[in-house]
Write a protein that binds this ligand. Structure first.
Ligand code: NDP
Ligand code: OXD
Length: 303
């Protein structure tokens, strides 16, 4: 269930409005645990699964599933799905395009100029190459939006599959070839054992001088202690971070006050409860009829 109890209750009501046959309960008031076949989870407590002997399906209330696929206590016969609606990908695309526009055009400086009544136009070069790490549901939406505003886009993904003419790279050598070309690197990977700690010192040293790093994947993609020395060397020149190893980011964390870091509190894209309810009901229906589930996660692969 979503983190805030009021959101969880609203989701349960939306689910029941869509299908009166579903008995949607809000944890911890789960009723008879033997009756529970499907759970919608987000940052669930440890040791939850063993109480539900007839569980068949867990739906993540969002796109990331690392806390589910990484949970050794979740029985192997339980399927995992993600809840990804169109609004999530649009929200992510808007966030990335806005972050790049803000960095290149210096809106923060114009705001300061406005406070001082100062007319001070500054030029910027239009050509910008963006490397998107992960070209899945979020990454491919971001790619389309970046292209629509004229950026050159490079994409890195596990399979290396091409995406509508975007130059595609894969593997460590592909990443190393793409990095020096990019003015902006956007991390939109799922968190798996292969991607954890990918954003670290060696990768930063291959980035362009004064480039921009945007991490909207997961906090554990970034080796935090490597970032400030990298920013001091100018590779990258600035970082926009939406996700952190510890959330909320601790008050005394050095990232808060760093002039080359922009922080947002894990809001790049938010799951729309209405759209989520539709997905959940659809997967419930498919579970009952034995059809293929929507956005089924490959638990072995980790995403
Ligand atoms: P998808 O599963 O649709 O796509 C994942 C992409 O990552 C795929 O292109 C996949 O490659 C690629 N990938 C996976 N492992 C590797 C690897 N080892 N090397 C290279 N590429 C790899 O996920 P989504 O796009 O829906 O979401 C991505 C992540 O974004 C989520 O897991 C979550 O962490 C984060 N997120 C953050 C939000 C926020 O508000 N900050 C909101 C929503 C999502 P291939 O295509 O070849 O399989
Ligand atoms: C998600 C997220 O994975 O909000 O959906 O981070």
């Amino acid at each position: 269930m979503p983190e805030r109890p009021e959101d969880a209750h609203r989701l349960a009501a939306d689910v029941q409005n869509l299908d009166r046959g579903i008995d949607a309960r809000v944890w911890p008031e789960a009723g008879d645990p033997e009756e529970v076949e499907m759970i919608v989870a987000w940052r669930q407590p440890q040791g939850l699964w063993s109480s539900f002997p007839n569980l068949r399906l867990v739906a993540s209330f969002g796109a990331g599933v690392e806390s589910l696929v990484g949970d050794a206590d979740l029985p192997a016969n339980v399927a995992v799905v993600r809840t990804v609606d169109g609004a999530l990908a649009h929200g992510m695309a808007e966030y990335v395009v806005t972050a790049i526009a803000d960095w290149r055009r210096g809106w923060t400086s114009y705001r300061k100029d406005q406070d001082l009544g100062r007319w001070r136009p500054r030029s910027y070069s239009f050509a910008c190459t963006v490397l998107v790490l992960g070209m899945g549901r979020m990454g491919s939406g971001v790619v389309r939006s970046l292209e629509a505003v004229g950026h050159r886009v490079l994409g890195w993904r596990r399979s290396g599959k091409a995406l509508n003419g975007v130059e595609g790279f894969s593997g460590r050598s592909g990443l190393e070839a793409a990095l020096p070309e990019a003015d902006v690197v956007v991390c939109l990977l799922p968190l798996t054992p292969d991607t954890e700690g990918l954003l670290e010192g060696t990768l930063f040293s291959r980035m362009k001088k004064d480039s921009l790093l945007i991490n909207v994947g997961r906090g554990a993609h970034l080796v935090e202690e490597d970032l400030i020395p990298a920013l001091e060397s100018g590779r990258p020149g600035h970082a926009v971070l939406d996700v952190f190893r510890r959330e909320p980011l601790p008050e005394d964390h050095p990232f808060w006050k760093h002039p080359c870091i922009t922080i947002t509190p894990h809001v790049a894209a938010l799951t729309d409860p209405k759209g989520a309810a539709e997905r959940i009901v659809e997967n419930w229906r498919r579970l009952q009829s034995g059809e293929t589930l929507v956005d089924l996660v490959d638990r072995g692969r980790g995403y």
